[in-house]
Design a protein around this ligand. Sequence first.
Ligand code: HEC
Ligand code: HEC
Length: 119
Amino acid sequence: MIVNAEERGCNARHNLVDVMENLPKKHNFFRTLGTMELNISTCMGCHRGYQELWGNNLILDDAMHSLHYSNPNFTGNCLSCHDIDNDGNYVMWDYNKYTKFMGVSKVSNIQGNSVMTRM
Ligand code: HEC
Ligand code: HEC
């Protein structure tokens, strides 16, 4: 099974502090967080969490789709950002990956031979 995990999710391509500084709507107060690495939860904390305060225009689907698909440097696809759950919903990879990798741990430098026996 190939999931291409390291090439997916916001942090695969972005330093989100820089992203926020360069967005059309300025978010530059985040520079004050220093060198802390931000992740999707930082964005969704407001963009999902403060919806009642700011309204539905905070939902990032249209903004994220158009910002990426209108950029010729974007060479990814839906699965760069999403995972598809068992019900066929487009969920965010950055959240779903934890469920997917439950029980799987990273092992370095595996050596050995692969043998396949035909019965
Ligand atoms: C502290 C709350 C907060 C955080 C955290 C935050 N945002 Fe925002 N964001 C806003 C607000 C408020 C707006 C302006 C909404 C408006 O004026 O319609 C906005 C606007 C945007 C827009 C423009 C939306 C549009 O439809 O034009 C984008 C894109 C965006 N944010 C992306 C991000 C990303 C990516 C992150 C994380 C790296 C992030 N934001 C983190 C509060 C936040
Ligand atoms: C650059 C990242 C990115 C790419 C590429 C992308 N999406 Fe999204 N998509 C998002 C974000 C961010 C949301 C908003 C998620 C949220 O608010 O919880 C979203 C939301 C959605 C939703 C709504 C999900 C829901 O239930 O709210 C659908 C459906 C969707 N995307 C389909 C697609 C399809 C199909 C493609 C490929 C053609 C695609 N997306 C490519 C980032 C992306």
